[in-house]
Design a binder for this molecule. Structure first.
Ligand code: ADP
Ligand code: MG
Length: 402
């Protein structure tokens, strides 16, 4: 789960990490009062979306007076912001953060993530902040400083010095960085974060360190013990299909390909995606209906896959253990009756009650192709999606969906 910048900055404040003073508003009318409250004569207006790259996309604007703040807030609120991280449809802006502007001397980069191989929290820092860190990592990896914190020993002063010298900090800035890294490390651990990123971390004109941007991603598997953090969720920023899947207890992740996959078990889902790729196809999603799938849940899963306009063909790959294949077949029949299906479906059922399941599909007058093995299924679905793609040609809005 991702937090908004203003939420991340509030967490930063809670952990003693310096951030600019700011307020979030949901209406342009509220913006003028916020300017008065913050004081000063210039303000930064920042669109709150779960994507970086807002600066380049017009989502971060320096406003010269109150009227300009109100105008920018009005322009951004209710619009969708498209950045290089948001996807082509962009993300809805329902809140803007109004901040005091900072006179920037230098923009640095600092982040924390989990280094799974080392089993430690990793600090990454770079003097090339404010820009795409992936580009720095790809082109000049030697400019990224890495420090791994031992969980028992905690962050050590020599590690802080290594980062500070690497960033070209001096004097009192080194102690400031130490306090900041300590706060970030405590925040990261206490909140069960998966990523905390400060880009840019700035040295102000007067030499102080300030977190000008803040990004916090939380580990979904630990959210059950952070009710307060979970309440910060903004569903409007999340993939609508993924949110719907969560409501039905389905494991669903959107991907870029065009073959919808409905599978039981995460391991089988991975194997299925590998097989699809091996046969030259690309999965449109990862969908694990789980071990205790019922016909109703399978029907929901099926509808979810079909609601994705990218999907050109669907592969159902079920290994019936606890799950009974006849229930899966019932779910498929139910879903296909409710939604008009315009794409080919390939089904491979194996295990408990597979014969009944296949017989039910054959008895229904659905245009479902069955396959006896996973290889055959992958082969068929890739061919079917390619044929479908060719018949549609350049038309991206495929018919046949609800
Ligand atoms: P994003 O990463 O989404 O582009 P940032 O919060 O990093 O958004 O802002 C982009 C740039 O805007 C920063 O690199 C910084 O130069 C400038 N900026 C952001 N907030 C402020 C601020 N409070 N004062 C001055 N400049 C700012
Ligand atoms: Mg940034």
């Amino acid at each position: 789960m991702n937090l908004h910048e203003f939420q991340s900055k509030q967490l930063f404040r809670d952990y003693g990490i310096p951030v600019p003073d700011g307020r979030v508003v949901t209406t342009a009318d509220a913006a003028a009062a916020v300017c008065a409250e913050l004081g000063g004569s210039r303000w930064v207006v920042k669109a709150q979306v779960h994507a970086g790259g807002r600066g380049k996309a017009g989502g971060v604007v320096l406003a010269e007076d109150v009227a300009h703040v109100v105008e920018e807030a009005r322009r951004l609120l209710g619009a969708r912001l498209v950045t290089h991280q948001s996807g082509p449809e962009g993300l809805p802006v329902t809140q803007v953060l109004i901040e005091q502007p900072t006179a920037i001397a230098r923009e640095l980069y600092l982040s924390l993530l989990v280094d799974r191989a080392a089993e430690r929290i990793l600090f990454m820092a770079s003097a090339s902040g404010g820009m795409d860190i992936e580009a720095v990592a790809a082109q000049t990896p030697e400019r990224i400083i890495q420090v791994r914190v031992h969980p028992a020993a905690g962050l050590q002063p020599y590690q802080v010095r290594r980062v500070a010298f690497g960033l070209g900090l001096e004097g009192a800035q080194i102690a400031s960085l130490g306090r900041m890294m300590d706060g970030l490390y405590r925040l990261f651990s206490a909140c069960d974060a998966s990523l905390v990123e400060v880009n840019p971390l700035v040295v102000t004109a007067s030499g102080e360190l300030l977190a000008l941007d803040a990004k916090v991603n939380l580990d979904d598997n630990a959210l059950y013990r952070h009710a307060a953090l979970e309440s910060l969720r903004d569903p409007a920023q999340e993939d609508a299909r993924e949110a719907k899947a969560k409501a039905h207890e389905l494991n669903y992740i959107s991907l870029d390909g065009n073959i919808g996959c409905l599978v039981n078990g995460a391991g089988l889902a991975m194997a299925t995606m590998d097989l699809v790729k091996l046969h030259g196809g690309a999965p449109a999603n990862f969908l694990d209906v789980g071990g205790g799938a019922t016909a109703a849940r399978v029907a929901e899963a099926f509808k979810l896959i079909l609601s994705d306009p990218k999907v050109r063909a669907v592969l159902v790959n079920i290994f019936g253990g606890i799950v009974r294949c006849d229930l899966i077949a019932e779910g498929i029949v139910q879903a296909v009756r409710e939604v008009r299906v315009g794409v080919p479906i390939v089904v491979r059922l194996e295990g408990t009650n597979a014969e009944q399941g296949l017989a039910m599909l054959a008895a229904s007058d659905l245009a479902v192709e069955t396959a006896a093995s996973l290889t055959e299924a992958a082969d068929k679905v890739v061919a079917a999606s390619a044929a479908r793609d060719a018949s549609i040609g350049g038309d991206q809005s495929i018919g046949g969906h609800q």
